[in-house]
Design a protein around this ligand. Structure first.
Ligand code: KG4
Ligand code: ZN
Length: 336
């Protein structure tokens, strides 16, 4: 059978990325131009600044994805692009580039949902992986528990009712004065701290729901620090980081394992930027292991935003003939 090569394009937030993936599973190239340095001084992503940088970098990033894969546009079977959710101005850059290429080259255009993309990173990282399994997708913008029933068949079992897990990491890193993005910095600092130093709340919406809420733990940490500051008391940042991370990862693990038990799935995958968190990986593996459930995750570079995951999702969309025409638009709040 002929190999299918998909060019994936991703520009939903602060990474301009392009990748070539063979048959949905084999990475031929993975180019990521991150804007982290650009947004650092603002303490978070500035949408207008992100869009402008995407415009400057999208063409060179696509060229590099092709050249490092050793292919030309002629070899590509379809172009897959993230069309939501994300920052609308940022998404539009990738969508416009993908539409222009699909039109000029007369190749199919495959629309990809960003969160589905994150899940698909697990198929690239684990060549034996097949549905069904339960996936926790936790990133800067989303926290979902999804049952992956087929390559294009997803059911949401739980989601955050307020902040995303990564958003809470970024906020707490900011109040601790660590910098941006906060997740990796908290992860690192927490290794030197006591995760049981402070008991921050583990919120459960209600017993029948697997939904998350992270605004409570975020506020609890902020109030705790505020009180210490007001009283002029010294505190150990590493202990706070470790205790906060412990509370968030406890909830992520408890709900995800419960979802796997409820649906009878024997595999849990984790995905999204927060899936790079070392404490989450260890805790989920240990706790699920006790229940006979295996835990898998992609390498960190495929957890945070990348285009390999978009090309992988694009491959399965391509196989189903899920093509978009030139009316494809960016959708900031695209539903799963
Ligand atoms: O998936 P992603 O790159 O972008 C979105 O789709 O949002 O996720 C970025 C988020 C940020 O909030 C970042 O702080 C978080 O993932 N993150 C982490 C870690 N690495 C990235 N959070 C916790 N621990 C990490 N090691
Ligand atoms: Zn993402």
């Amino acid at each position: 059978m002929k190999d299918i090569l998909i060019l994936g394009i991703e520009s939903s937030c602060d990474e301009t990325a392009a990748a070539v993936v063979k048959n949905g599973r084999e990475i031929m190239s993975n180019v990521i131009n991150t804007q982290i340095e650009l947004h650092k001084k603002y303490g978070g992503v500035v949408p207008e600044v992100a869009s402008r940088r995407h415009i400057e970098t999208i063409d060179p990033v696509i060229d590099e994805a092709l050249s490092s894969a050793g292919v030309t546009f002629d070899d590509i079977d379809a172009i897959a692009v993230t069309y939501g959710p994300g920052l609308v101005g940022a998404l539009l850059v990738g969508v416009s580039a993908a539409k222009a290429l699909a039109y000029a080259l007369n190749k199919p255009l495959v629309p990809v949902h960003h969160i589905k993309g994150h899940i698909m990173a697990n198929f690239v990282a684990h060549s034996y992986l097949e549905p069904p399994f339960v996936c926790l997708v936790a990133s800067g913008g989303h926290s979902h528990i999804v049952e992956v029933k087929g390559y294009t068949d997803f059911e949401i079992l739980g989601r955050t009712r307020d902040d995303a897990a990564g958003e809470a990491f970024d906020k707490i890193a900011r109040v601790l004065g660590l910098g941006y993005p906060g997740g990796p910095l908290i992860d690192k600092l927490a290794k030197e701290g006591d995760p049981d130093a402070v008991q921050f709340p583990r919120v459960r919406m209600d017993n029948n729901s697997l939904d998350f809420s992270f605004s409570g733990v975020k506020t609890a940490v902020i109030n705790y620090l505020h009180k210490l500051n007001q009283n002029g008391e010294e505190y150990n940042k590493a202990d706070i980081a470790a205790s906060f991370q412990n509370a968030v990862t406890d909830v992520l693990c408890e709900h995800t394992i419960e979802a796997a038990l409820k649906t009878g799935n024997k595999t849990i995958a984790i995905a999204g930027g927060v899936a790079a968190n070392s404490a989450l990986r260890t805790k989920m593996t240990e706790q699920a292991g006790k229940r006979g459930i295996a835990v898998i995750y992609p390498p960190p570079v495929l957890c945070t935003d990348n285009a390999v995951m978009i090309a992988c999702a694009g491959y399965y969309g391509y196989c189903e003939g899920d093509f978009a025409d030139m009316t494809l638009n960016a959708v900031a709040a695209l539903k799963l």
